[in-house]
Write a protein of this length. Structure first.
Length: 369
């Protein structure tokens, strides 16, 4: 039986709740006038708002905002947790996803959920052991495979998404900027695929991103990593991020007009066992000055497919003049988490660590509780 949600009487008082759409443009495609590129944002503002800056939660590929509004076994989600801590919370659906309408003529082809891939990467990696750390996974609430009621609830939430990274990143960046222009500066939290949109939004409007929280952001820099199991486990994949952190342009200094202006080199030796050899810029590295203008947090799980390479994203940022805080959950004493940590059994323990970082990073914006 699935766990029950908290009773209504235990719900924190809400001053205002609702939804809005942001971004989106009219255009004429194949003879018809359409709107495309808008995001859906659902918000709740607590009566006792103790933090002046709202938090915007952005889901990853195949997902929607339901990643944050609850868990597939009925426990409290991150949106409610941060609401209870006194934050106004905005949970979005990316353009072409969930309640943000998809138009095939303007959005391009879609990618679709994959059952085996979901089990292997998200919910039961300990079975497939495609990467070395997968054996450590213990936190998914259930068996993690089709037929398990918790997994079935989760898999039912998976949806098609815009396949082309360049198109998805451009639309979501523009829509997030439009959202921030409506609601004012915010803490932006991304997960997975939307990590690229987080870099791009902060790069485009650093004045509107008060802090950037990247939960296992899309990576590592430059090349994907193919997870192939023993004995090799990890291989370089496609160069999916030709701009280092994204598929579309970012504001480097000195300016890079095209990806060819960036020069990359791979480490001769990995930083440790069961880790990939990182791709970094050739020295002297171009800087990312806009990303250095706000506090930044990167979080990864001990057993996630990000565990072999999250350090590469941190090293890339440091080389580019950005100094994020990095919480590797396993090293911080929080064990067994995979990629979908916001849904796992200890999701609130992870949320508490993130909130503690926010309170420290933005102390002037937190009222006495």
């Amino acid at each position: 039986m699935l766990a029950q949600a908290a009773p209504a009487s235990d719900t924190p008082p809400i001053a205002k709740q609702g939804y809005l759409f942001a971004g989106g443009k009219y255009s004429t495609v194949n003879g018809k006038r359409v709107m495309a590129g808008q995001i859906y944002a659902e918000f709740q503002i607590p009566k006792n708002q103790t933090h002046r800056t709202p938090i915007v939660m952005v889901h990853g590929a195949i997902q929607t905002g339901t990643n944050f509004t609850g868990t597939p076994d009925g426990r409290m989600g991150w949106a409610e947790y941060f609401l209870r801590q006194g934050y106004a919370v905005y949970v979005i659906d990316q353009p072409g996803r969930g309640r943000a309408s998809y138009d095939g003529d303007s959005g391009g082809p879609q990618a679709f959920p994959d059952l085996t891939g979901t089990e292997q990467r998200f919910t039961a990696p300990e079975r497939s052991k495609l990467w070395p750390q997968a054996r450590l996974h213990t936190q998914w609430p259930g068996a993690g495979v089709a037929g398990d009621p918790v997994f079935d609830q989760f898999y039912a939430s998976q949806v098609p998404f815009v396949r082309t990274p360049e198109k998805a990143q451009e639309m979501t960046r523009d829509a997030l900027v439009a959202l921030l222009e409506k609601i004012g500066p915010a803490i932006v939290m991304t997960h997975s695929q939307s990590g690229a949109m987080g870099w791009l939004t902060a790069d485009a409007r650093p004045d509107l991103v008060r802090a950037l929280i990247q939960v296992e952001p899309s990576g590592p820099p430059l090349h994907d990593v193919d997870m192939v199991g023993a004995p090799d486990y990890l291989r370089d994949g496609a160069a999916a991020r030709p701009w280092g952190l994204s598929a579309i342009s970012m504001s480097y200094a000195p300016r890079a007009a095209a990806p060819a202006d960036l020069a990359f080199v791979q480490q001769d030796k990995a930083d440790g066992p069961d880790l990939v050899r990182c791709w970094l810029q050739k020295a002297p590295a171009r800087q990312l000055p806009n990303l250095a203008k706000m506090p930044m947090l990167i979080v990864n799980g001990e057993a996630s497919f990000h565990a072999p390479f999250e350090h590469c994203t941190v090293k890339y940022l440091e080389q580019a003049g950005v100094h994020p805080t990095w919480i590797d959950l396993g090293k911080a004493g929080v064990h067994g988490n995979g990629h979908m940590m916001m849904l796992e059994k200890n999701n609130l323990e992870v949320a508490a660590m993130i909130e503690k970082w926010v309170a420290k990073a933005l102390p002037a914006e937190t009222a006495a509780r």
